[in-house]
Design a protein around this ligand. Structure first.
Ligand SMILES: Cc1ncc(C[n+]2csc(CCOP(=O)(O)OP(=O)(O)O)c2C)c(N)n1
Ligand code: SF4
Ligand SMILES: [Mg+2]
Length: 297
């Protein structure tokens, strides 16, 4: 017996997308990523999250380093800054310190964030700078055609490891927890609805939020972080996971075989802007600076 298929009409779909408000956040430039790249999930997720939080494009700055993932500022209709390789966090810090009313989103890859830029992550986290860091981890240097990165698996074969990679990969989730990040989550580009919700929560959090996003490079990785393999490995956090329990978050972060998806850890403490306001008052100033405005998560 023939199955009944739901008809989807292009005009209805276009109307739905136009009315969603998300298009306001997209630029006229179409993404240059390879068809199927996990990064398309961020082109959907970031505009949707900003739209649902009611944060206007003109109040938002998207900052990136260098890499395929770091092309993202071109594809959104916010302010943007495509900086040097590995320097996304210092530039994002400067923007946020200059104008705390802005929503600042830092975007980059595993190489940008944890190889050349790895020295910046602990300081952004420990100072609790109120920015959101979306780290797209494909375990590879995509832009430069597929070399090993600090998160490549042992045994991964690439042009820079033709006899397979012998190096122990970093665990960025454990690192940012230890560095003092106040919001830490993990998502999979193959689950775009959960990704969008976690981006939303990360942006709404006041303080340094770090979202680790497992994202397949369909062109240069045919064996390790593929959609199929990640789909089999990822899991939800246990229903009784308490995101305010730091030790529980560390235990979850240690599981790299079946990576937990969701909010691992959240904590409230003063941000860098709060500390700077305190210094302004001590130095004889009085005025508090404007803060970013977002609806509650
Ligand atoms: C100072 C400097 N060193 C090296 C490079 C070459 N380079 C460009 S992107 C990149 C790595 C990209 O990998 P990743 O950050 O993981 O981003 P992806 O392309 O995977 O999204 C490298 C090494 C550069 N542009 N600048
Ligand atoms: S090379 Fe890999 S990471 Fe870069 S756009 Fe293509 S699929 Fe994505
Ligand atoms: Mg990468």
């Amino acid at each position: 017996m023939a199955e009944a298929h739901q008809q989807i009409y292009l005009e209805d779909k276009l109307k739905e997308v136009r009315e969603s408000g998300r298009l306001e956040y997209r630029s006229k430039a179409l993404p240059t990523w390879c068809p199927g790249c996990g990064y398309f999930a961020m082109a959907g997720g970031v505009p949707a999250a900003l739209n649902s939080l009611g944060i206007a494009p003109q109040d938002t700055v998207v900052v990136s380093g260098i890499g395929c993932s770091s092309r993202f500022p071109f594809f959104v209709n916010t302010y943007g800054f495509h900086t040097l390789h590995g320097r996304v966090l210092p530039v994002a810090t400067g923007i946020k310190v200059a104008n705390d009313a802005l929503t600042v989103i830092a975007v980059g890859g595993d190489g940008d964030g944890f190889a050349i830029g790895g020295g910046h992550v602990p300081h952004a986290a420990r100072r609790n700078i109120d920015i959101t860091y979306l780290l797209f981890d494909n375990g590879i240097y995509g832009l430069t055609k597929g070399q090993t990165s600090p998160t490549s698996a042992i045994g991964f074969r690439t042009p820079t490891s033709p006899y397979t990679n012998p190096d122990q990969p970093l665990n960025p989730l454990l690192m940012v927890l230890a560095y003092g990040a106040t919001w830490v989550g993990q998502a999979f580009a193959g689950h775009p609805q959960q990704l969008e919700e976690l981006i939303r929560q990360a942006i709404a959090h006041r303080g340094f939020s770090y979202l680790h996003i497992l994202s397949p490079c369909v062109t240069f990785d045919k064996t390790d972080k593929t959609y199929d393999r990640l789909e089999q490995r990822v899991r939800s956090l246990p229903a009784n996971h308490d995101p305010q329990d730091f030790a529980a978050a560390m235990r979850q972060a240690m599981d790299v075989e079946t990576p937990p998806m969701g909010l691992l850890y959240v904590n409230e403490r003063p941000t860098l802007a709060d500390a700077l306001d305190g210094i302004v008052v001590k130095a004889g100033g009085a005025e508090k600076r404007a803060r970013k405005v977002a609806k509650a998560a």
